[in-house]
Design a protein around this ligand. Structure first.
Ligand code: MG
Length: 406
């Protein structure tokens, strides 16, 4: 049986929690305001509601002190991607149930059914929302839940008092669906009788109403502890990035020529503090560029004795350690040497293979080009050599860096 738009349930997106322990650890950012895939967590739940095609509208319940700010953010988000649903905002209260009560009061009149969803469950699927809505067509109250896998015990004073029968235990999730009138009555009753609960279904139970259960989804976890943020990171797709680098070395009495870690015994000598490997220097700058880590001059200054005549292959391994720590995984390097002499062609494959080895990439992911400058400039006068590098990499989405926050 299909439901018309007018009869579709509205959803309360509960984003009014203070989450003080986690907010303290996140520099004051409330978890529901955390940014995941460039949107606040609560936005993802709202989008899932929209995709389910069975929700009629949304009420966002925010903390009073950031209500206008979040309303403005939602308004701005319409420019880049709308929910395609009517929505409004309202201020929550001190306890979760106070916030739900206020959310219910903000619903348009004659909203017969309502879903209540925790904004800290951003992985809820449109399919689960749809199944809750379908079950709600036949019932007054329905919740999704998943079987408990741990053995649950009650304890007091450091002693186990009982072991609960696991087969009877379920972990309740949201969205929970209700007849709006019944849920509103239950919340008013709880307020009058000073009853505190952790979910809305418990209030319905308190009132003696049947609460139906449908199968929830294990992915529909609630972001509660700091460690749960790793789940968000795992859900983030990595982002491609490109770094470019270039370097020049003068010819003259100095170091025997090394290009890409390969000794070029018939090449001119180069003036350098390190081994003067112009190609690896350009490559390192490109890698640092992917990671936003500046350039090799900052990390390996040429007035530091440690780097005198040091093999650039060693420096490259240090750069790769830095970029790996920054979550950068190189996937491709395109390199160009510009020099009048020596001729690169005969050594091209050897240099390419060596760089592939140093980067731990297949040789087909490294390209080496060579050119002259038609006799022009310092290259044409055979006074030096230059190199360019472009590195393509995948950057892991990070959990705890500032880009994670709004
Ligand atoms: Mg250099």
């Amino acid at each position: 049986m299909s439901i018309t738009a007018r009869e579709k349930p509205w959803a309360l997106i509960m984003a009014a929690g203070h989450g003080s322990r986690m907010a303290a650890a996140l520099g004051g950012v409330r978890k529901q305001m955390l940014c995941w895939r460039e949107r606040p967590l609560y936005w993802h739940s709202a989008l899932a509601m929209s995709r389910s095609a069975c929700v009629g509208g949304l009420v966002f319940v925010f903390p009073e002190d950031c209500l206008r700010q979040e309303e403005e953010r939602l308004r701005q988000s319409r420019k880049t991607g709308d929910f395609g649903l009517p929505w409004l905002v309202t201020a929550g209260g001190s306890r979760r149930q106070d916030s739900v009560r206020r959310g219910l009061a903000a619903l348009p009149p004659h909203t017969r059914k309502v879903l209540v969803h925790d904004a800290a469950r951003p992985f809820v699927s449109a399919g689960l929302i749809r199944r809750v809505c379908e079950a709600l067509e036949q019932t007054m109250a329905v919740i999704p839940a998943v079987p408990v896998t741990d053995t649950i015990k009650t304890a007091a004073g450091g002693m186990v008092r009982a072991t609960l029968v696991r087969e009877n235990l379920l972990a309740a999730q949201t969205p929970q669906g209700f007849e709006t009138g019944l849920l509103s009555q239950a919340h008013i009753y709880a307020q009058e009788h000073d009853i505190t609960v952790t979910d809305d279904a418990a209030l319905m139970e308190e009132m003696g109403h049947d609460v139906h259960v449908i199968t929830g989804e294990h992915e529909n976890v609630k972001i509660t502890h700091l460690r749960d943020l790793a789940l968000l990171a795992a859900g983030q797709s990595s982002r491609p990035c490109v770094g470019m680098g270039q370097d020049v070395h003068r010819y003259g009495p100095g170091r025997p020529m090394v290009l890409g870690g390969v000794r070029i015994s018939d090449g001119p000598q180069v003036v350098a503090h390190s081994d003067g490997d112009v190609l690896l220097h350009a490559l390192m700058d490109a890698l640092l560029g992917c990671a936003g880590l500046g350039d090799i001059g900052q990390h390996f200054p040429d007035n530091n004795a440690r780097f005198e005549n040091i093999s650039s292959s060693v420096l490259l391994s240090e750069v790769l350690d830095m970029t790996r720590r920054a979550g950068i995984h190189p996937t491709h390097a395109d390199l160009t040497i510009v020099a009048q002499t020596p001729r690169i062609g005969p050594r091209r494959e050897e240099i390419r293979n060596n760089i592939a080895r140093l980067l731990n990439l297949p040789a087909l992911c490294v390209n080496l080009k060579a050119g002259t400058e038609e006799g022009l400039g310092f290259i044409g006068r055979n006074e030096g050599i230059k190199a360019y590098a472009a590195v393509t990499a995948l950057a892991e989405a990070r959990t705890m860096d500032e880009s994670f926050y709004f």
